[in-house]
Design a protein around this ligand. Structure first.
Ligand code: ZN
Length: 270
């Protein structure tokens, strides 16, 4: 599933194709993905010029000179294909720019979405209401985590997956960051001292940055916006490495709760 680093690298790949360009056409090849497309999507996007791209949590943002922002989510299997030689049955949305570049949103499982919001009221867009800070933003640090986790006895792993506490973190990066910070996934969030929360915030930022640098990860058929196939990292410290050695020499364990795997080291994560 595309996680925050994949969305970030997607945005970086789309930027040179879209920014400053006019969208000559948007072809909606079905009426919906996870939910119906906005009824006025074609009308509001056709002829608009793209002024900038951005990301909030795992949502990509495409702003236009009409004051609209097209908000896309890649769901489980979504990715943009750049200048595809042919349009396939899983290419559900095709955008053409005034330079003749073509972008196809391919999503065979159709858990993705496209919505529209006014750019000056993005915070009112449903999923963004009550969403916590960006983990790579300036206001995310150990002090913030201390405030957000105070009095919370739920496992730190579950709390970090809560989008109201921090935006856009998924299972892989939470497992990795907890290993880097040497914090046991089951430890109560409110019982972690400030120095360890500083380390945790730093670990979250460093695992995300490393993945963005590596060009995204976690889905084998992920296609980069430049059309390149299948980039992902196999450099996980614990994720997917049950029975292999942790950096400390002990063996990585896997635990499953509510259908989700947690990979951790029982020795160095406390
Ligand atoms: Zn270890």
């Amino acid at each position: 599933m595309p996680e925050l680093p994949e969305v970030e690298t997607t945005i970086r790949g789309l930027e040179p194709v879209l920014v400053g360009r006019r969208i000559d056409s948007i072809d909606l090849r079905r009426a919906d993905l996870r939910r119906p497309f906005p009824p006025d999507l074609r009308q509001r996007i056709t002829g608009a010029r793209v002024t900038g791209l951005g990301r909030r949590a795992k949502y990509g943002l495409i702003a236009t000179d009409r004051g609209d922002t097209m908000i896309f989510h890649l769901g489980m299997s979504g990715h943009w294909r750049l200048d595809p030689t042919e349009i396939g049955k899983h290419d559900h949305v095709v955008i053409e720019t005034d330079e003749g570049r073509r972008l196809a949103l391919n999503d065979h499982r159709r858990f993705g979405s496209i919505d529209l919001a006014r750019s000056d009221a993005l915070e009112a867009y449903g999923p963004f209401v009550n969403m916590g800070p960006e983990p790579l933003g300036l206001d995310f640090d150990g002090a913030y985590l201390g405030r957000a986790l105070a009095g919370r006895s739920a496992p730190i792993k579950a709390l970090l997956l809560d989008q109201r506490i921090v935006a856009g973190l998924g299972n892989i990066y939470v497992c990795e960051a907890l290993n880097v910070a040497r914090i046991a996934p089951g430890r109560g969030g409110g019982h972690i001292g400030r120095a360890r929360l500083d380390a945790l915030a730093g670990a979250i930022r460093s695992v995300l940055r490393a993945a963005i640098q590596a060009g995204g990860s976690s889905l084998r058929d992920y296609v980069r916006p430049d059309g390149e196939l299948g980039y992902f990292s196999s450099e996980w410290r614990v994720y997917g490495r049950e029975g292999e050695s942790c950096a400390c020499g002990s063996l990585v364990r896997r635990r499953v709760d509510s259908g989700r795997s947690t990979f951790y080291c029982p020795k160095c994560q406390r």
